[in-house]
Design a protein around this ligand. Structure first.
Ligand SMILES: [Zn+2]
Length: 91
């Protein structure tokens, strides 16, 4: 795999991951995103109702380059922070 640069997570600043996912010997595609996002840690302001376009981790890319490209444009879009602040103010 080529050395691919990944932007840090726009929400928590964690180093992003890029995985080649293999389950029981079957190649499931590539995934990329924030490693902390998957844990519902409360930092990322998401739950099971969060729409896919707001996700900070995504699976099933056919290539590592595609996964990295998605993540880097996702990370460059820091709207997440503002949306989350708005949501917290309503609560
Ligand atoms: Zn994060």
């Amino acid at each position: 795999m080529k050395n691919i640069e990944l932007k840090p997570c726009p929400v928590c600043g964690a180093k992003a991951f890029l995985n080649r996912d293999v389950v029981d010997g079957f190649f499931m595609g590539y995934s990329a995103g924030c490693p902390r996002y998957c844990f519902y840690d409360g930092i990322h302001g998401h739950d099971e109702n969060t729409p896919p376009e707001e996700h900070l981790t995504k699976f099933n890319f056919v290539s590592a380059e595609q996964a990295a490209e998605w993540w880097n444009s996702r990370a460059a879009n820091t709207k997440v922070k503002n949306e989350r602040r708005k949501k917290n103010e309503q609560d």
